[in-house]
Design a binder for this molecule. Structure first.
Ligand SMILES: C[S@@+](CC[C@H](N)C(=O)[O-])C[C@H]1O[C@@H](n2cnc3c(N)ncnc32)[C@H](O)[C@@H]1O
Length: 225
């Protein structure tokens, strides 16, 4: 029997998921950051800042880095933005699959992924690839939605997710479907304990997670030792 996975609440053949995810991000790429600001009240920027501070990259601007995404439209928008980044000229934009990184073993000091892994059909394969390309002593940082665990706030968050996000998405991008997928994909993502175990199974050590904003999001950190 063919292997299946989730696309939001739907069960789909594993092979079909990537194409469906690509359609979502193709549809929202140009309004993606605006929507993030509207849905999170700008807080997504603080979560991403937290990832960068945890990484503590050198401030000299001499560090080359790769920005990878499977979706041409998301990359195009990112590349346009990079013109205004302080160290944007150090970035190379690479269209590739997180499940099959086009990089040599042990070639990076750090691997970061923000709100990406939830969308990858074979999460274990992507974690294995992250491990493979990191040098010994390399840092793994993953920002992802999590499961709100603050009583009272969880109900509010559920109501906001179900009743506000898809309509805001429809108003801003002309289509509520991608945002229905967003809400559902957050619910299907493994809870922190289970995701920690997956990171450990990939070979990483000292795996931790830090809850942010009542655990709406979590920063998962680990080392390749
Ligand atoms: C929610 S967006 C996050 C974008 C950006 N990292 C951020 O933090 O704003 C998820 C991204 O994951 C990308 N993606 C989905 N599947 C992927 C895969 N197999 N390999 C690489 N990128 C993938 C999508 O194209 C999309 O741009």
């Amino acid at each position: 029997m063919a292997e299946t996975t989730h696309f939001g609440e739907r069960t789909v053949p594993l092979e079909a998921k990537q194409g469906l995810v690509n359609e979502v991000f193709h549809a929202v790429a140009d309004r993606y950051d605006l929507m993030n600001d509207l849905m999170s009240g700008g807080v997504h920027r603080l979560w991403k800042d937290a990832l960068v501070s945890r990484l503590a990259p050198p401030k000299t601007g001499t560090l080359p880095y790769r920005v990878l995404d499977i979706n041409t439209d998301m990359l195009r928008v990112g590349e346009e933005r990079a013109r205004h980044w302080r160290f944007g000229s150090q970035a190379r934009f690479v269209e590739a699959n997180a499940e099959a990184l086009p990089f040599a073993d042990e070639s990076f000091d750090a691997y970061t992924i923000a709100f990406g892994i939830r969308n990858v059909p074979r999460i274990e394969v992507a974690l294995g690839e992250a491990y493979r390309v990191l040098k010994r002593g390399g840092r793994f940082l993953c920002l992802e939605f999590s499961a709100v665990d603050v009583p009272g706030f969880d109900r509010l968050y559920k109501a906001w997710s179900d009743r506000a996000i898809p309509p805001i998405g429809k108003a801003v991008t002309g289509d509520g479907e991608p945002y229905q997928y967003l809400v559902e994909s957050i619910r299907k993502f493994p809870p922190p304990g289970r995701f920690t175990a997956m990171i450990e199974r990939a070979g990483f050590k000292r795996v931790t997670h830090t809850a942010m904003s009542g655990n709406i999001a979590a920063l998962h950190a680990a080392w390749k030792l």
